[in-house]
Design a protein around this ligand. Sequence first.
Ligand SMILES: Cc1ncc(COP(=O)(O)O)c(C=O)c1O
Length: 451
Amino acid sequence: MSDCDSAGMLVIGQPTLSAHSYEDLAAMTTPQLLTKVPGPQALAIINADHRVTSPSLPRAYPFVPARGAGAMLEDVDANVFLDLNAGIAVCATGHCHPKVVAAIREQAGKLLHYSASDFYLPIYAETCAVLDQIVPMQGGARSFLTNSGTEAVEAAIKLARHHTGRQNVIAFLGAFHGRSYGSMSLTASSAGYREGFGPLLPGVLHAPYGVDDTDDYIERTIFKRLAKPTEVAAVIVEPIQGEGGMVFPPPDWLAGLRQLCDTHGIVLVIDEVQSGMGRTGAMWAIEQSGVEPDILLSGKGIASGMPLGAMIARDELMTWPTGAHGSTYGGNPLSCAAALATIQLVRDGLADNAAKVGEFMVTSLRELADRQPLIRDVRGRGLMIGVEFESSAIADAVQLVCFRRGELVLRAGDSTIRISPPLVINSEQAAVGIGIFEDVCRDVANRQFEG
Ligand SMILES: Cc1ncc(COP(=O)(O)O)c(C=O)c1O
């Protein structure tokens, strides 16, 4: 499938696709593997890819998708997989939801790009107006749109510093906020993300995540020993740590941070890049704690796979002047069209479906944990679910064997399997998914993978 042409250029051919219609593929519940995976076409593409792409790309396992419908994906050898990843919690409305595709097509026929930084794009303002409606902030919100989650994080660091005139930012151990310099400096889920890249952004301090004495640590250690609160611009936190291993803080923990920020005039930034857009059964995970953020960050699921992020701030915080921040592509019209369709679908039932199917999956996985000693813990809210194993080697083995059985899951943290399906997944697909997961755990246990 891939080879060099007579001019020596790398040629990557067309995938083999099944005859399934979109509707047939979306309605399937069970993986259908026609070849061993990766199959021959996938192997050819992987070989070609390895010659021309950056070796930094982490690549979890050799999956080569060709098309998707709902919660099902077909690879380049026409093998059908059940997707419990959603492209790392991105394809919220499922793969190629007809309403999202129609919105993108319609917009593509009108206007592909005209930078909203220098000019006025109606669909950019429309997207910001919808975000203002759905964000849990009283008194109005304004948005700065980006191309990715990490750019939303960078925008938040800049706005918080600019608005407060303070330098320091507090983030949390185990956090993941992205890989650009500011975000990477906040990220503390793995030293590997930072290795070889220092020096990082100065003025970033880390506190323990989700433990009862976090506030105490910030007051007694950070404020007393490292930086006065009057020099702290922002606290940046995920309401649930995703990449760090699906870690849920205790019920009042976020309210404690809100109080601390109020006491010291610090901006509270809630990073919902992974947890937002209906994934936990509410539009935003922070709503479930009753806490109002000063800045809320969105990304991933917001546009069902089109590149978009948003830094949404309380109106009175947006004190930076004209020219202080911008982006050539941020809030691209196609991404905005996808976002408007996505938000409508999430409001019209997908968040509810995430709550319902998620509850079924978490309950089933907890029952499985009672039967399967390899599983240490099951954590979840809606379709943001983590299954923690005894060791990273076991989690890696579970991830790989799931792939070989046609089910896509992804490791997070040290030894947790992240289950974050598209929000359109139905109960039957979820039940099949749990059944495969149980078989895989049993097989991994029988082969006695060591930690
Ligand atoms: C909570 C959180 N913030 C920020 C990011 C960075 O987003 P992106 O990869 O789109 O830059 C991620 C990505 O996984 C994330 O999970």
